[in-house]
Design a protein around this ligand. Structure first.
Ligand code: NAP
Ligand code: HSE
Length: 432
């Protein structure tokens, strides 16, 4: 048997503890896969005296990054500490001394992925990041390997566990937004600052990473249109339920005729849509390819052990490459120049909730306004009246984003409309 391969960890929090646990408890599986064992040499933490979920001999812990990065025993650095600038520097240092890197850090990969991949390649190192998107689901390898010969046209899914957990609890159990977020934090799904989760930024980062890989084009975080769930009210979830719809934070990326659209937004789905059944912290990603057709990847999108499984799958891949001496062979430059779609090229059907005057002209004024913009309407539903005012729920047919934006501006100005309360895209429309 080949001698054990030593790894160093940067971080021993939710994910790092899961990695430590898998290395300890799945050693036989690792030896079977690799023909050698995997040994943890050193672990960087902020506080060596902190109580941890896993039992670790204090001699393994350090607060000095050099004990990991410059440690001659260590071949693979596992970055599970999070953060951006400091972490980027650590990874670049690791490459300089020819250490391979596995990271779960989507913030870093979304912002500096291409630069780090280039640096890894130049130094003859591997940089793998399976855990950065959709936790335990092997979506990165699915795109990079499994679907590599296909022309991918669409990637759509639920890629944030925290927001899916919150929306599930609010919709199915009537739990308040605040309580559901607190639970997601306690369960270790949410980021230490959950703003990135609830405002859609975490999902946007993951969609940037997936889009680069799926469409071989240089997608930046700024290219992703983002809206989070912090403004989603319980009223819309309840009205959606009555209409046979459920709300999810959907990441959507479409690549047609080499033109790209990427966005993250709260979206209504019909209950018979496969993504509607994805509950709690689970994630699911639909990938539509020219040859393969529709595929769906489903599983736990967050949490210590599921994410650590993805991290360890990368560690196994690095070590297999090491043993065959074929590291740094997976570097690919983007194939297509980036061209973003304009709003008139982005299509969808929409749910609009309007507070309106309860009088005879309201229905005809709203219908005329939408007809003049050539926006088809599937339904207008009137909610019970209060104080001479009432609410209209308008469900449009498929239209483009430019027209919807104009309609929202015109509706705000219309005398019969008191307020546009909310508006959401409906994936695939409301159906018959
Ligand atoms: P976490 O629980 O907050 O753990 C972070 C760990 O890194 C802690 O052990 C902390 O040390 C250490 N650390 C942080 N900053 C450090 C610094 N400047 N110097 C030294 N040590 C430092 O985070 P996590 O949830 O495990 O997430 C880790 C990474 O995985 C992040 O990039 C996250 O986005 C990503 N990720 C997380 C999940 C998930 O479900 N949690 C899923 C996929 C990806 P102390 O313990 O001493 O404080
Ligand atoms: N905070 C992230 C989520 C962790 O909730 O999906 C997994 O990336």
């Amino acid at each position: 048997m080949t001698k054990n391969i030593s790894v160093g960890l940067l971080g021993l929090g939710t994910v790092g503890s899961g990695v430590f646990q898998i290395i300890n408890e799945h050693q036989e599986e690792l030896v079977h896969q690799l023909g050698c064992g995997v040994k943890v040499e050193k672990i960087l933490v902020r506080d060596v005296n902190k109580e941890r979920g896993v039992k670790v001999d204090p001699m393994y812990l350090t607060t000095n990054p050099e004990d990991v990065l410059l440690n001659p025993e260590i071949d693979v650095v596992i970055e599970v500490m999070g953060g951006i600038d400091e972490t980027r520097n650590y990874i670049l240092e690791a490459f300089k001394v020819k250490k391979h890197v596995v990271t779960a850090n989507k913030d870093l990969m979304a912002l500096h992925g291409p630069e780090l991949q280039q640096a890894a390649h130049e130094n003859g190192c591997d940089l793998f990041y399976e855990a950065s998107v959709a936790g335990g689901i092997p979506i990165i390898r699915g795109l990079a390997d499994g679907l590599s010969p296909d022309k991918i046209q669409k990637v759509m899914g639920i890629v944030n566990g925290t927001t899916n957990y919150i929306l599930t609890k609010m919709t199915d159990e009537g739990v308040s937004y605040e309580d559901a977020l607190l639970e997601a934090k306690e369960l270790g799904f949410a980021e230490s600052d959950p703003t990135a989760d609830v405002e859609g930024l975490d999902a946007a980062r993951k969609m940037a990473i997936l889009s680069r890989l799926a469409f071989s084009t240089s997608v930046e975080l700024e290219d992703v249109q983002v809206e989070g769930i912090s403004g989603v009210g319980v009223e819309d979830l309840q009205i959606g339920k009555q209409l046979g719809l459920t709300m999810k934070l959907i990441g959507f990326a479409d690549f047609q005729d080499a033109q790209l659209e990427v966005n993250v937004q709260p979206t209504f789905l019909r209950l018979d849509h496969p993504l509607a059944a994805v509950k709690n912290e689970n994630n699911a990603v639909y990938v539509n390819g020219d040859a393969v057709g529709e595929t769906m990847f489903y599983g736990p999108g967050a949490g210590g052990l599921p994410t650590a499984t993805a991290v360890m799958s990368d560690v196994v891949a690095v070590i297999k490459n090491l043993l065959l001496d074929v590291n740094a062979r997976q570097f690919l430059k983007p194939r297509f120049e980036k061209k973003l779609k304009t709003p008139d090229q982005s299509f969808g059907s929409y749910y609009l909730r309007l507070q309106v005057e309860n009088n005879i002209q309201t229905f005809s004024e709203i219908s005329t306004l939408l007809t003049d913009l050539k926006i088809g309407v599937d339904r207008i539903i009137q909610a019970p009246q209060q104080n001479g005012e009432t609410e209209f729920i308008v469900i449009t047919r498929e239209t483009n984003l430019e027209k919807i934006r104009t309609a929202l501006e015109d509706l705000q100005k219309a005398s019969v409309v008191k307020e546009v309360k909310s508006h959401y895209r409906i994936e695939g429309g409301i159906g018959v």
